[in-house]
Design a protein. Structure first.
Length: 218
């Protein structure tokens, strides 16, 4: 089966998670096989995470769909992603915010910054900027953001990310070490925070100054 047909089949199966048509249509457009290392290309349209090297993974398609759905992404929004990895989630978000919007994506491992940049270029996503930095500090240069998407699991919500979220903005973030939960956070107009648990998930750890510290620097 051709990649396009496999992709259509995979995206069709995601509707059972209650994902909006808007998100499903965006995922129908993004060629996930361009974000997967060549050796795993034939598994690109299985609903599973895959290794991208350096002990990191590209998230399973259903997880990307769930996060994008919770974020209620719209055309023209400015989004901060922490944990670029392959660049795939950034590409799906880029489809959703369109050419009027922009994605700033922070990654701490240099080889993955290069991998993501070349994947995004090949797939034609010019509205994503990939930054090499510790994302637990956010990316103050372009703050505040309409949306923040954290794709690695944190010990708690980094204060810098809350500070850089606009009033009325939404953030999704997995928290926990062995047992993790995904949270949807809303910053209300008066800057107070609403935090809602979505459910159990499995992500690689968020490592950094306001994240887990396993005693190693890249
Ligand atoms: N969103 C990615 C999947 C990311 S896996 C995709 O679509 O492919 C999580 C990523 O978070 C890994 O690449 C890891 O290196 C990165 N990461 C972990 N801690 C980080 C930090 N403090 N700042 C930025 N990136 C971090």
């Amino acid at each position: 089966m051709e990649y396009e047909e496999q992709r259509a089949q995979l995206v069709g199966s995601l509707k059972y998670y209650g994902i909006s048509n808007k998100v499903l249509n965006a995922m129908r457009k993004v060629p996930r096989h361009l974000f997967v290392p060549e050796v795993y290309r034939d598994s690109s349209y299985a609903d599973t995470p895959l290794s991208i090297g350096y002990a990191q993974t590209i998230s399973a398609p259903h997880m990307v769909a769930i996060m994008c759905n919770l974020l209620e992404l719209e055309k023209g929004l400015k989004v901060l992603e922490i944990g670029t990895g392959s660049g795939y989630n950034a590409a799906v978000m880029a489809e959703l915010v369109g050419s009027e919007g922009r994605i700033y994506s922070v990654e701490r491992l240099e080889p993955l910054v290069k991998f993501a940049r070349s994947n995004l270029e090949e797939a034609g996503y010019g509205n994503v900027e990939v930054i090499l930095a510790d994302g637990t500090l956010g990316y103050p240069q372009e703050a505040p953001y309409d949306r923040i998407c954290v794709t690695a699991s944190a010990p708690g919500t980094p204060g810098a990310l809350l500070d850089q979220l606009k009033a009325g903005g939404l953030m999704v973030i997995p928290e926990g070490h062995i047992y993790q939960n995904l949270y949807l956070i809303k910053k209300k107009a008066d800057d107070s925070i609403l935090k809602k648990k979505w459910g159990g998930v499995t992500f690689v750890p968020l490592v950094g100054d306001n994240g887990f510290n396993f005693g190693s620097k890249p």
